[in-house]
Design a protein around this ligand. Sequence first.
Ligand code: SF4
Length: 297
Amino acid sequence: MSSHQPEFLEHSRIWENLRYIYPVVSRRAGGVSLGINLNIDKVCNFGCIYCEVNRADIPLYRNVNSAALESELIAILTLVKSGRFFNDPRFSRLLKENIPPQVRDIAFSGDGEPTTFRNFPAIVQTVIATRAALDLQDIPITLITNASMFHRSSVLQALKDITAAGGEIWAKLDAGAAAYFQQINRAAIPFSRILQNIVLAGKIMPLVLQSCFMQVAGIGPNSQEIAEYIQRIREFVCAGAQISRIQIYTVARPPADRTVTALNTPELEAICAQISAALPNILVQRYDGFWSGYTYE
Ligand code: SF4
């Protein structure tokens, strides 16, 4: 399946009349993903330079209603189970493009960091129970996270619950050094906290690392930065963390910051080759971008 398909550009948070659930075609899920947006207030504790969320937009809603979210989940999973979900023209056309007509995952993602939502552990339980009630346990649950909250015991327990239910934790690591982390992720949280959290969780469950590399004002990460990144992963492994695979990707949709553009395929290939050579026991997966973005002059 090529990633150069227009469906990957469409990550609208609103489908039909749903407020929290947004089905998308995801490169990294390999098909249709049911996103759950727990950050409808558009607040995130990171300010990633490549983030596609336009925080200047006034949010339509600010509070998550757990009962309404559960109703949405039941409704959409019932559609999936009946097969009627793929009657929607946006998804039925995927059949012609060799994208499998199945939901590849239920993903906590959205307009901010899902684990900062105070009822995140309870929502995880709701998703696991709803999926079981509809006998859809074969749809995996994915948490797409910036790893900033793993030190909270309730969040760590939720991570365990997702893993025990057959799901995966995709932890963001876009940098190997604190300065680059600050340039790219622009977080008030120290880089050391993110590193500690990845080790903390990785000692309990396997983690998928998800790493976005890009050009900023026409300049991509240099080989020294990638070497630092590799060194951090070596340190994770030495500390006992399990890293099941690494996803390397680049910008695929227009970010709010117009100085950010995608790396081209040879640039991503070079990064993946450097990582694979240094970490031969960890699977490295490459997801090319196709949006060349704005030119920087
Ligand atoms: S952590 Fe995710 S939602 Fe938050 S700023 Fe970064 S890319 Fe955007």
